[in-house]
Design a protein around this ligand. Structure first.
Ligand code: SF4
Length: 433
């Protein structure tokens, strides 16, 4: 600091000092006065007449929501104007993938618009019966990496533990459609003991991801039993939960659940979000409650044709996620699961979305776009190519606006020791690129 210049702490009083002319303009740019709060479009639950007599207490009770899931054509017909494509899809969904929608998630659907993004995700359509030759029953090759029932061990240091086959809502593009919804059961005690035995003898495993189905559909006591028994294994550093419940059944995120989860830190949660329309006041409350429990939250989004395959929709989603303290983490290319070809976009679409996010919004809001390699090769990241050329001593790059920049690679400087007038010195010997 220069002598004679005194710095004052910023306080209400010194910020209130009126500034003259230009001084005030620059101050305003850096520290604008709070104006009118920006109006944000918010999705509202519109409770269909079927549930208008339900008390608020029941509606907010996750068990009530689960018990009253819509599972039949007759119930759906009462809340939606079904199209012939949907009616046929519902008829043919038996034996393919269960149909279930919580009243809460159904209340976000547009009853008159079959292209409503919430509706497209959860209501079967006739396109599901088309099976492409590229599709697979087990697109990620999980079954062949399952040493004991319920456990997938594909990477050296982490495992996937499938604790239940039940979900609050069955997504029509589900990768694990071969497993989910068939029995709506959780892992048996016997199988869980087998899993623990396996983990005790595989001490390189440091990270366990609980998934399913949806682990947050287990009762707190059951989930806690699993977390606590995993947590005492000394080599398990990290516990993770993959869930869609904060989106499809936000009522499940209760104070009791968060108090239980926070006992098992470090614990992280990945939440499956698909569209900005999913971010309601109830979802906001659920995510804030989890974040206040010290749980890092990341989002995983499947890229879906006609639902979220536009840069403007993804941008809105990732920006809204940051506002509810969820870090956009992955955009997944839709896997080659049976009957999902109508949901798949080209790979170029995914890359274009990242191109339209990077540089145009906060870096924290830009997820990694990945393809989970068919057959089980793991996640492969994809992004636009920002390297124009690599030459001797320099790399030519383009930025998000297409402007070209050169980055000079560092030279290697070698030094040598010399002695002059009896004193030892170190001087540069040569510089090479
Ligand atoms: S919540 Fe996940 S596991 Fe369940 S149906 Fe949807 S994608 Fe599949």
């Amino acid at each position: 600091m220069r002598e004679g210049v005194k710095m004052e702490p910023a306080s209400d009083s010194n910020l209130d000092v009126p500034l003259k002319g230009t001084e005030r303009d620059s101050q305003l740019l850096l520290f604008p006065f709070p104006g009118e709060p920006k109006k944000v479009e918010e999705t509202k639950e519109v409770i269909p007449p079927l549930w208008r007599k339900v008390s608020e207490r029941e509606w907010d009770d996750w068990r009530w929501q689960l018990r009253h899931r819509i599972t039949t054509y007759e119930q759906l017909r009462e809340i939606l104007e079904l199209t012939p494509e949907e009616i046929e899809g519902i008829k043919h969904s038996k034996g393919r993938l269960a149909l279930a929608v919580t009243p809460y998630f159904a209340s976000l659907m547009d009853p008159n618009n079959p292209n409503c993004p919430i509706r497209r995700q959860a209501i079967p359509r006739i396109e599901e019966i088309h099976l492409s030759k590229n599709e697979m029953v087990d697109p990620l090759g999980e079954d062949k990496h399952s040493p004991v029932p319920g456990l997938v061990h594909r990477y050296p240091d982490r495992v996937l533990l499938l604790v239940t086959d039940q979900c609050a809502v069955y997504c029509r593009y589900c990768t694990r459609r071969r497993l989910v919804g068939s029995n709506e059961r959780s892992i048996t005690q016997g199988n869980f003991e087998e899993v623990l035995k396996y983990l005790k003898s595989h001490r390189k495993v440091r990270d366990v991801l609980l998934s399913g189905g949806d682990p947050l559909l287990l009762e707190n006591e059951r989930l806690e039993e699993m977390l606590s028994r995993l947590r005492v294994l000394p080599h398990i550093e990290l516990l993770r939960i993959g869930t869609r419940v904060p989106v499809t059944l936000p009522q499940r995120i209760t104070g009791g659940l968060v108090r239980m989860l926070k006992k098992y830190h470090p614990l992280m949660i990945s939440i499956h979000f698909t569209h900005p329309k999913e971010i309601t006041e109830a979802v906001r409350r659920a995510c804030i409650e989890l974040a206040d429990g010290g749980i890092p939250l990341g989002s995983q989004t499947v890229l879906l044709k006609g639902i979220n395959d536009k840069p403007s929709i993804m941008k809105r989603l990732v920006q809204e996620l940051l506002k509810i303290r969820v870090r956009p983490y992955y955009i997944y290319q839709c896997d080659l699961a049976m009957g999902t070809e109508h949901f798949r976009t080209s790979v170029a679409t995914g890359i274009q979305i990242i191109e339209k996010l990077r540089g145009y919004t906060t870096g924290y809001a830009v997820p990694t776009y990945v393809i989970d390699a068919p057959g089980g090769g793991g996640k492969i990241p994809l992004q636009p190519d920002y390297v124009v050329s690599r030459g001797k001593g320099k790399t030519v790059l383009r930025n998000y606006e297409g402007k070209i920049f050169e980055y000079a690679e560092p030279n290697i400087i070698e030094f040598k020791k010399t002695r002059s007038t009896g004193e030892e010195k170190v001087v540069p010997k040569k510089v090479r690129a």
